[in-house]
Design a protein around this ligand. Sequence first.
Ligand code: DAH
Length: 338
Amino acid sequence: MTKIAEIKQRFEQDLSLCQTLLHLQDLKSKYLGKSGELTALLKGIRDLPAEERPVFGAKVNELRNQLESELAARTAVIKEEELKRRLADEKIDISLCDMQPWGALHPVTLVQNEICDLMIAMGFEVMSGPEIETDRYNFQALNIPFDHPARDMQDTFYLTDNLLLRTHTSPMQARYMERKKPPIKMICPGKVFRSDNDASHSPVFHQIEGLVVDKNVTLRDLKGTLEYLASHLFGQNTKVRFRPSFFPFTEPSVEVDLTCCNCGGKGCSLCKGTGWIEVLGAGMVNPYVLENCGIDSTEYNGYAFGMGLDRIAMIKYGIPDIRLLFENDVRLLRQFGK
Ligand code: DAH
């Protein structure tokens, strides 16, 4: 009987230390299993005088029932605790998603993506080039030697005598032509830099360059490409107009206007009453530039154009001041971004 009492006491002590279902399983086999303590106790019944056996047997069975019900009760408690712990650990707060504001693409990115998609549809390859350029690619290869007055057209940020922040995306024309032979159809969007800062000029802005080199390319090809682009960007009735201009890297050069998308050509404040908006510079690639890049100008010719993406975005979305594009005000993004 003292043994029974002693086992019960030890069991209770062990039970109070059990923290997991695994502990409980161990405890169960330690006391109630085949080679457990209670089984051993029952086996000892043989050594008792016959008249004591029934009482002893009944006591051991009583103890077994007690241990089993205590184990069951503790198992239920631990299961409940484990469930609670898992629910807490694995909790997902689905309401959190609502608190995250949606991101939106920048108007310049939207316009850039749209133009790239349209140009890719016409078979152009999209390239990107370095923002830090050498004097050679930014100027000399494009027929702008050191003493050329055209250098004054672009207020350059020089890093060293030879290195600068590219003032336009045109250097990619030279880089591309040096490496690939015609037929060439490529565009290059990217950031460009000039020392300029007011409502319509930012020291950093975006351009997209276009270049086609092949046999028998004409200004008419350039116009057709730009008409396709303009009608998709600004609407079907948009007309394209060429005006004579000058760029050292094109001959002849043109300034390209589109009918004003605000008034349809009647004249408004956006187009300053003219009905036209100037959007880009272009022309037939100057044979000097082809030769500078190792392309035979007696066999090949081409056209090129460069346009300001910020300006296109401002016209398209009615943004009055270029500085708004660089202020990082998320409200501007949400207004136009998808
Ligand atoms: N690079 C010129 C600029 O930044 C724009 C330009 C004009 C690019 C004529 C061209 C071009 O490719 O043919 O002002």
